[in-house]
Ligand binder design. Structure first.
Ligand code: HEC
Ligand code: HEC
Length: 127
């Protein structure tokens, strides 16, 4: 009797552990499906949200996806432009978090400087 009870308890325990592991795997797989190499946009919740951000970035610079990406492997970091864009993302997030953060303030985004070009115009105001 005692042995059977112990067997059932262990069995139920294993089933619960199995379920926890399965749920965890599903979560990390859905994470990986839309972003295997997201180092800055870590808060992005879905494939659709990432797609919207990427279209916004491309539009702000006046380029297509292949300006930054090997379109056969979006996670790859072979292009210098992608690495620069990652630095730019960090810069913009820092500006909005630490500098332009008073109530009612507009945010800075890629278009603020780029205006549809890869090289923003410089006027030399600080020289
Ligand atoms: C100006 C450069 C730039 C352009 C243009 C651009 N991307 Fe990206 N993309 C990035 C950067 C940088 C990351 C990585 C962000 C990070 O590390 O959080 C990224 C990440 C991604 C990822 C995630 C890849 C992975 O698995 O980690 C996908 C998918 C993606 N971009 C799709 C697109 C699509 C589709 C377009 C065109 C509509 C596009 N991107 C245009 C810079 C760009
Ligand atoms: C404060 C102004 C500013 C903002 C905001 C900004 N950039 Fe830039 N970006 C620059 C400047 C200046 C350069 C240098 C251009 C040059 O090489 O002469 C540059 C260069 C780049 C380059 C390299 C271009 C090349 O061909 O080498 C990429 C890619 C880029 N920015 C992406 C972005 C993305 C994506 C965002 C939004 C997340 C962004 N930038 C926001 C000012 C800005």
């Amino acid at each position: 009797m005692r042995k059977t009870a112990l067997f059932y308890t262990s069995f139920i325990f294993l089933v619960i552990i199995g379920l926890v592991v399965a749920v965890d795997l599903t979560n990390s797989q859905s994470q990986r499906r839309f972003g295997r190499n997201l180092q800055v946009l870590t808060e992005v919740q879905s494939k659709e949200q990432l797609q919207k951000i990427m279209e916004g970035i491309a539009d702000a610079l006046g380029v297509k996806c292949n300006y930054c990406h090997d379109v056969n492997n979006y996670a790859s970091d072979v292009k210098e432009t992608k690495k620069k864009a990652r630095v730019m993302l960090k810069m913009v997030m820092t500006i909005n978090r630490d500098f332009i953060n008073w109530e009612g303030a507009e945010v800075v985004d890629c278009y603020t400087c780029h205006r549809g070009q890869t090289k923003p115009q410089i006027k030399g105001a600080l020289k």
